[in-house]
Design a protein around this ligand. Structure first.
Ligand code: 5GP
Ligand code: MG
Length: 182
């Protein structure tokens, strides 16, 4: 498949099929289920919108402990380039205070979004924060952060699909694909 990036046609290649993603999500959920909250309180899944929408929706169906769902909107990308600046587009729910929070992200790139959220959640006074990311680009990290649960490690190429967008498009693709040469 070819798509237009900044007016230029670019080749796109499927990295992870719908089935591969599903199978990995079942495995990640099993890992999460093996670490219950220390006080048996409900886990609060904090979905980082919009990218993690599909991943979170599929993941929570396999989480076996009592679970609540909250969301936050942040933005750092324009086109295929990170702006380096994180914007909080919605307020963090105040009711996260004192709760065990599982941040669900689509992808970790520079790590700035997660570092930013960690600061914000600490200021809010959460009891604990763990991170589940469908994808991780270890070579691109600029912050020393580590996700507790990672679906797949990938290289530096820009990826789309399964929630991940290119300027708002392609989130609905059921697979993850990389934009070659990005
Ligand atoms: P970070 O703050 O770690 O640099 O970037 C994290 C955010 O940037 C992700 O939540 C995601 O929204 C966006 N992002 C990073 N890499 C990619 C990518 O390859 N494709 C898409 N569509 N978004 C990405
Ligand atoms: Mg994101």
């Amino acid at each position: 498949m070819k798509i237009l990036v900044g007016g230029q046609p670019r080749e796109v290649r499927v990295l992870f099929s719908e089935e591969q993603i599903h199978n990995r999500i079942v495995e990640i959920a099993a890992e999460i289920n093996s670490c219950p909250t220390p006080d048996q309180s409900a886990l609060v899944v904090l979905v980082v919108l919009h990218g993690a929408l599909l991943f979170a929706a599929d993941l929570v169906r396999h989480i076996a402990m009592p679970t609540e769902i909250e969301s936050v909107r942040i933005r750092s990308y324009h086109g295929t380039q990170s702006t380096g600046k994180i914007e909080l587009l919605s307020q963090l729910p105040a009711r996260l205070k004192g709760r065990h929070v599982l941040v669900v992200e689509d992808i970790i790139d520079s790590g700035r979004s997660i570092a930013f959220l960690r600061n914000e959640l600490n200021s809010l006074g959460v009891a604990s924060m763990r991170v589940a990311a469908l994808l991780d680009k270890p070579e691109a990290h600029e912050e020393t952060i580590q996700a507790d649960f990672v679906g797949f490690k990938i290289g530096r190429n820009f990826v789309i699909g399964y929630g991940l967008d290119l300027d708002g498009h392609y989130r609905n693709l059921p697979y993850v694909a990389e934009v070659l040469g990005s």
